[in-house]
Design a protein around this ligand. Structure first.
Ligand SMILES: Nc1ncnc2c1ncn2[C@@H]1O[C@H](COP(=O)(O)OP(=O)(O)OP(=O)(O)O)[C@@H](O)[C@H]1O
Length: 243
């Protein structure tokens, strides 16, 4: 079953600081994703990958087109639906992680991950238990679990960020280079955790790393200068250079 259908999606920015100049992030993008699929998005820097993910999460409002998400309560056009519908989707079905952890001052790592869970259906202690388990699976040193992420290294923060996105087990998870600061061994661990802790989650992820694309993706979407050039099975993509 299809979980997401993107049709003729465009994103153009109006740059007020440079006299209203228009910058096109991407144009005329159409593709669909099936339940449980892992779609990797690759392409050169500036080709529109992050902007696309932000449009799918509605951090950015698309300029034109539609993004139909088959939510549990029926289809929703993420591109145009009211803000409250987006907030509800983000609480229950739609997850997102960028490569940077948004700082929450004076909240220990374990609670950064657990909070969205106890704000949902879980009891506080059960939420903390899942958070601890995930952070440990991602090899975050145990003495950091109760420390504030503000003092963590880039890779440690990235593991907290990833754990927070995985913990609620969203139906659709959008990942924007979530392993960019990890060493190869920890990156492999992170991919195992994605596989082990997510249950039937569909993933759309931007990756620059060939290992990630080759080891976990089912299909690859190749962006070039703001257009979606092609979507191919991952096996067909093997051996190509990733920008
Ligand atoms: N908030 C914004 N305001 C103005 N222009 C933007 C904004 N976000 C992105 N852009 C522009 O849109 C284009 C696509 O950027 P985007 O970040 O989506 O590319 P990308 O493929 O993710 O790049 P990278 O691999 O370097 O992260 C770029 O020209 C960028 O300058």
């Amino acid at each position: 079953m299809t979980i997401l259908t993107v049709e003729q999606l465009y994103k153009t920015f109006e740059m007020h600081v440079v006299g209203g100049k228009h910058v096109t992030a991407f144009e005329d993008v159409s593709f669909s994703v099936s339940d449980g699929d892992f779609l990797a998005i690759v392409g050169e820097s500036g080709s529109g990958k992050s902007s696309l993910l932000k449009c799918l999460y509605r951090t950015y409002e698309p300029t034109a087109g539609s993004v139909t998400f088959e939510a549990l309560d029926g289809p929703v056009d993420v591109a145009t639906c009211p803000e409250r519908d987006i907030l509800a989707l983000r609480e229950r079905e739609l997850g997102y992680a960028s490569q940077f952890l948004e700082e929450i001052p004076r909240v220990p790592a374990v609670d950064v991950v657990a909070r969205p869970l106890w704000e949902g259906d879980l009891e506080r202690e059960a939420a903390r238990a899942r958070a601890r388990e995930l952070l440990e699976a991602l090899a975050l040193p145990s003495d950091l679990l109760d420390a504030y992420p503000a003092t963590f290294s880039g890779g440690e923060r990235q593991r907290v960020n990833l754990a927070r996105a995985i913990a609620p087990n969203p139906r659709l998870l959008l990942l924007d280079e979530p392993t960019s600061a990890l060493d190869p061994e920890t990156r492999a661990l992170a991919l195992d955790v994605l596989d082990e802790y997510l249950d039937d989650t569909t993933i759309i992820g931007v990756f620059h790393n060939r290992d990630v694309v080759e080891s976990v993706a089912d299909r690859v979407a190749v962006f070039d200068d703001g257009t979606l050039e092609r979507v191919v099975p991952a096996a067909e993509f093997r051996g190509e250079v990733i920008a």
